[in-house]
Each structure stands twice: as C-alpha cells, then as structure tokens.
Write a protein that binds this ligand. Structure first.
Ligand code: FAD
Length: 380
C-alpha cells in the first residue's frame, strides 16, 4: 500500500489551494448572498484545466487521474462549494459521459469546448416526480425518424442557465420501461427549450439551479449518446463516478470548517484561556479530525478504484454516504466552536453548514446510497 501522493498530484493540490484562497475566497460571501454565479472564476478554472481534468488532452482535457480531480474538488470545496459543484458536474457528469460513451463527432463538437471551459454543461435527469426514482421519467423523446421530439420538464438542474450543452434523459418507449430511455445532447437556444426561474436555495447559492422546460424540442438523432435505449444505463454509470466528486466536495466542506474551527479555538479566550484548552472543545476537534481522516480514506479509495479499473459502485456510494454525514456533523460542530460568531456570515462556518446539506441529497440521497451499498454487499 502507498498512502503518498505523487509529485504531480501535490502540485495540482497546491494549485487548487492557491486558486481557492486567491480567487474564490475574496467574494464568496457576496456571491452566496446575492446568489451570483461565479462566471469569472469559472473562466479561470477553465484556464487552469479544472473543467476537463480527466479528459484526454486530444479533446482539450488535462489527462489526469480521478485522484487529482478529487484533490481539486476537496480544495475548492473548503472555500466555495458553489464553485466546486460546477466543476463536479462538468467533469464527472458531462465530460466523462461524453468521452466514455459519445461518438467521435460528438466529442469533436462538444467535448473540446467543455473540457477547456469555453462552455459548461448540465446533466438533466431529475424531474418534478422523478428524483430518487429516476426510472419514472415523464419527459418524452419521441422517435421521428431522423430526429427526436422532446416534451417535458426537468427539475433542479445545476448550471441550468449557464450551460450551453445539456445532456437530457428522456423516455422514448414507455413499454420498454428503463430500457426505453435515451440520453440526448440539447444545445441552449434550441427552439421550444425554455429555462425556468432560478431556485432560491439554502446552500450552494452561487450555483444556478433551474427547472428546464421542453416544448416540442427537435434533436437530431446524431445527438443521441449510445445505442437506442442506453439512456438509463448512461445516467447510472455517469452518476456512479459523479458520487466520487460529490464525496470529495463533502470532504472539502468538512475539512474547511474544521480548519476554521481549529484556528478560532486557538485564538478565542474564555475563562482566562484559549477555548482549545477546554477539554469539551479539544474533544470536538479530535472527533472532527478523526472523522475527516476516515472520510478522506474512503473518498481517495473510491478514486483509486476508478483509476485502477476496479468496480467503484460500492466504494463510491460508501464514500458519498460517509463523507456527506461527516460534512453535516463537522460543520454543525464548527459553528458551535465559534459560538455567536459562528452564527454570523463573516466567519464562513454558517455557510459551510448550509452548503453541507446538499451533499446528502444530490446525485443520490443518503437513503439511496444505502440501497446501493446493501445491494452490493448482499449479492456477494
Ligand atoms: C441544489 C440541487 C442541485 C441538483 N442538481 C441536479 C442536476 O444537475 N441534475 C439532476 O438531474 N438532478 C439534480 N438535482 C436533483 C437531485 O438529484 C434530487 O433532488 C435527488 O436525487 C432526490 O430526489 P427528490 O428530490 O425527488 O427526492 P425524493 O426522491 O422524492 O425523495 C424524498 C425522500 O424520500 C427518500 N426516498 C426516496 N425513495 C426511497 C427509497 N426507495 N428508500 C428509502 N428512502 C427513499 C429520499 O432519500 C428522500 O429522503 C439537484 C437537486 C438540488 C437540490
């Protein structure tokens, strides 16, 4: 076993840390309050190669491993989870899906621009009545010979108004149930494609989450990803890798809150001494540190599994389940360690606490992760 990072991984980690401190940190509170999308910051992340991290350089990507991607997600999320979710969706759901299952023509047309950050993408599976139960797709993509016609509504779509390319999952043949679902590439501006209002959210308020409405939207057949009926499998395969990115986001949120709490506990005095000298606070820090380290091992192991061609359904689900729980618990404790200051925005931990919650919900809720984990261990 080898627990060390390579020199290249350490350099990438440091680059993400510097970017988070120098570029994300200064206006993170303002963006959260105003629900402002980090447009300029996303452009810079594209320049740094953070938007197509695992994509082959021949399609404009950085050609790195999943562990490097996880390290970047962790560092960005310590400071700004609104920005890191944009990175996660673009890398794990859009670029990975297109590179792994797209045609050469689709890769040339879309992947290069997506992986350099010239444009960003969105992944559109959830619907008003199809979240955890993603097989209950009501959005239809009717086969009309050389094209499909899409009708329906997608909900809670990350990068909803900022994306230029949308991977849309829709039902073509209802009788075939999940085997009659397709994944189609839809471009912004397609006739009949409307972007609904922005959601006003508890956390990750800088990311733009929208519903999307499709009214007789025509999509050429060459925009279908994979064979007819591959759409549901495409979504599940893509989300299995996506979970590793969200697990890394949760890990970063937890680690960011812990670092702030540790620093504060050494500065703030109560009863004539720094609060870290009170055992109640020191023990909280000990628990937080231990849980974060355990989460880190699960997340890195899932990334390692993916990089080594192992099955990562189980390790990815365990990483997301545990890291998101640690993110929630750790951020609550970080607010507690900050006392009254923890409750005000200037100290950042209240935002991290609000941001942590989403990691237990999107890309499969914690309950759904337990279904994935239990199925996996029981079939052995
Ligand atoms: C900010 C944000 C961004 C998002 N981004 C995207 C995106 O980019 N693309 C996209 O497609 N979706 C996105 N989503 C949607 C997200 O993936 C879903 O909200 C999530 O999968 C849960 O679905 P749901 O909201 O319909 O909850 P439901 O499925 O209605 O679940 C409600 C509750 O019931 C539980 N539950 C449901 N089924 C079971 C079961 N079988 N056993 C036990 N418990 C169960 C759930 O765990 C949950 O606690 C986003 C959501 C949010 C809030």
């Amino acid at each position: 076993m080898n627990f060390s990072l390579t020199e290249e991984q350490e350099l990438i980690q440091q680059a993400a840390r510097d970017f988070a401190q120098n570029d994300l940190f200064p206006e993170v509170i303002e963006r959260d309050e105003a629900q402002r999308f980090p447009k300029e910051e996303v452009r810079k992340m594209g320049e740094l190669g953070f938007l197509g991290m695992m994509v082959d350089p021949k399609y404009g990507g950085s050609g790195l491993d999943t562990l490097s991607y996880v390290l970047v997600m962790e560092e960005l999320s310590k400071v700004d989870a609104s920005s890191s979710v944009i990175v996660s969706v673009n890398n794990s759901l859009v670029c990975w899906g297109l590179e792994t299952y797209g045609t050469e023509e689709q890769k040339e047309k879309y992947l290069t621009r997506l992986s350099t950050g010239e444009i960003i993408g969105a992944f559109c599976l959830s619907e008003p009545e199809a979240g955890s139960d993603a097989t209950s797709q009501k959005t239809t993509a009717i086969d009309k010979g050389d094209h499909y016609v899409i009708n329906g509504t997608k909900n809670w779509i990350t990068n909803g108004s900022s994306a230029e390319v949308y991977l849309v999952i829709a039902q073509t043949d209802k009788d075939k149930k999940h085997k009659g679902i397709n994944a189609l590439i839809v471009e912004k501006g397609a006739e009949g494609f409307e972007i609904g209002p922005k959601e006003n959210k508890l956390g990750i308020r800088g990311s733009d989450t929208h519903s999307l409405i499709f009214n007789d939207v025509k999509v050429p057949k060459k925009n279908r990803i994979g064979d007819d009926g591959f759409g549901f499998k495409f979504a599940m395969k893509t989300l299995a890798g996506g979970r590793i990115g969200i697990a890394a986001q949760a890990l970063g949120i937890a680690a960011g809150a812990y670092e702030l709490a540790l620093k504060y506990s050494k500065e703030r005095k109560a009863f004539g001494t720094e609060i870290s000298n009170h055992q109640a606070i020191a023990f909280k820090l000990a628990d937080m540190h231990t849980q974060i380290e355990a989460a880190r091992h699960l997340v890195y192991k899932a990334a390692w599994d993916k990089d080594n061609g192992n099955d990562y359904d189980l390790s990815g689900a365990m990483a997301k389940l545990y890291a998101s729980q640690v993110a929630m618990e750790t951020t609550v404790e970080a607010v507690q360690i900050h006392g009254g200051n923890g409750f005000v925005k200037d100290y950042h931990v209240e935002r991290l606490m609000r941001d942590a919650k989403i990691t237990q919900i999107y890309e499969g809720t914690s309950e759904i992760q337990k279904i994935v984990i239990s199925r996996s261990i029981l079939k052995r």
